[in-house]
Design a binder for this molecule. Structure first.
Ligand SMILES: [Zn+2]
Length: 399
């Protein structure tokens, strides 16, 4: 039963987390995602300043790590009483652009218990919940376990923020990070597995000729059509045989996402290229998965011409944390207390968590909101889930 005093304390927290989230959403931090764009709404600088200020205000030591010019990770450190436990709370600060939204993306408002705005769900709701949770557990002095808070840049494009952090953090030192929570909208579920990904460009060459006499040339698009058919077959018939489906993630998959070739209609095209997206199951190596596809195509009799597989531009391993690990158990108990139930699951999309888990740190993905609302024209996060996330984080850290 919640006592009167506890309830009043909870109310204060609710107000604070809503205010904090509204502040974060109102500071644009759009990821350029590789485009040559500039302007106030781009990059994470101003939101990083805000996060740094908040952490300093609540008495947390803060450092900034420059990942790219104008793009700093913010890292807060709190020393705990139990030297054997050290939790990393990570959430990214970047968002998708706001120009496709049905309302002003960076003027957050609350309606029917939901806070609307770009980044509210993905993933400033999680960031706000983590900051509030840190405030709560440090209010009465040193918390039980040590805490590192990482507000990272560039999750939406190339994961360079979290990769910079794991490269520079001494993860083997005594008292170093022992477990991690990555904030993404998981709709009340505790996520312990997600797929990885490798993406690359594949090219065919041909010989240009006047299209009035196509037999004088070699059509690179026709060549590519055979490749695309073979890849479709590889996805439908080969992958399910080669890789048993994962209990939480389903099967390994391959999808051709783009195709481009030729210059003008009256020239036999001498080049064509596609972009391939291969989703990986836990344990798969991105390079090996690409090699496997290259080898499969090499063995197909109808593909008797050379193919060029360009070095992958995305390589991301999958994540899988044991359901028996301490961090998962703690989250289960916290969710049961707050929601009356706990669901452990996997998701197909990638997160920063795989880069942390790849270093041997058990990680869960958890945060308020629903991923189906991320990147949409009406992005919002339910405030009761944000408040619940604060309490769940506090319980999981303090247990
Ligand atoms: Zn996200």
């Amino acid at each position: 039963m919640t006592t009167g005093a506890e309830f009043r304390k909870l109310c204060n927290t609710m107000d604070e987390v809503t205010r904090l989230l509204a502040d974060l959403v109102s500071i644009p931090s759009v990821n350029p995602c590789g485009r040559e764009v500039s302007g106030d709404e781009y990059l994470e600088t101003r939101v990083a300043d805000y996060v740094e200020g908040y952490l300093r205000e609540i008495g947390v030591d803060v450092e900034r790590q420059q990942v790219h010019p104008g793009r700093d990770n913010v890292v807060g450190r709190v020393v705990g009483r139990d030297p054997s436990r050290h939790v990393l709370l990570e959430a990214h600060m970047d968002t998708m652009p706001g120009d496709n939204m049905e309302f002003d993306a960076f003027s957050p408002f609350v309606k029917d218990g939901r806070l609307y705005g770009r980044g509210s769900c993905d993933t400033k709701g999680s960031l706000a919940a983590m900051l509030c949770a840190v405030k709560q557990v440090t209010e009465g002095g040193n918390p039980l376990c040590s805490i590192t808070v990482l507000a990272a840049v560039d999750e939406e494009y190339q994961f360079t923020g979290v990769m910079h952090f794991v490269r520079n953090e001494d993860l083997t030192r005594p008292g170093g990070i022992t477990e991690a929570v990555v904030g993404e909208p998981t709709a009340r579920e505790i996520i312990i597995a997600h797929k990885g990904c490798v993406r690359w460009i594949l090219r065919t060459q041909g010989t240009a000729a006047h299209s009035s006499n196509p037999s004088n040339g070699v059509n690179a698009i026709y060549r590519m059509s055979r490749v695309v058919q073979a890849l479709d077959q590889f996805n439908r018939e080969e992958l399910p045989v080669r890789y048993a489906p994962h209990s939480l993630l389903g099967g390994a998959t391959l999808s051709v996402g783009t195709i481009a070739g030729g210059q003008v209609v009256n020239v036999v095209p001498d080049h064509c290229e596609i972009q391939v997206d291969r989703r990986l199951l836990p344990g798969e190596d991105p390079e090996a998965a690409m090699e496997e596809v290259a080898h499969y195509l090499l063995c197909r009799p109808e593909i008797e011409f050379d193919l060029e597989h360009v070095t992958p531009f995305v390589r991301d391993v999958a994540m899988e944390t044991s359901p028996c690990s301490a961090i998962v158990r703690r989250f289960e108990r916290a969710c049961e207390k707050v929601y009356g139930e706990a669901t452990v699951n996997g998701v197909p999309f990638g997160t920063d968590a795989s880069k942390i888990a790849a270093k041997g740190i058990p990680a869960v993905v958890f945060g308020p909101g629903d991923i189906r609302l991320a990147h949409t024209s009406h992005e919002y996060v339910p405030l009761d889930e944000v408040r619940a996330a604060v309490e769940i984080l506090v319980r999981a850290i303090s247990e």
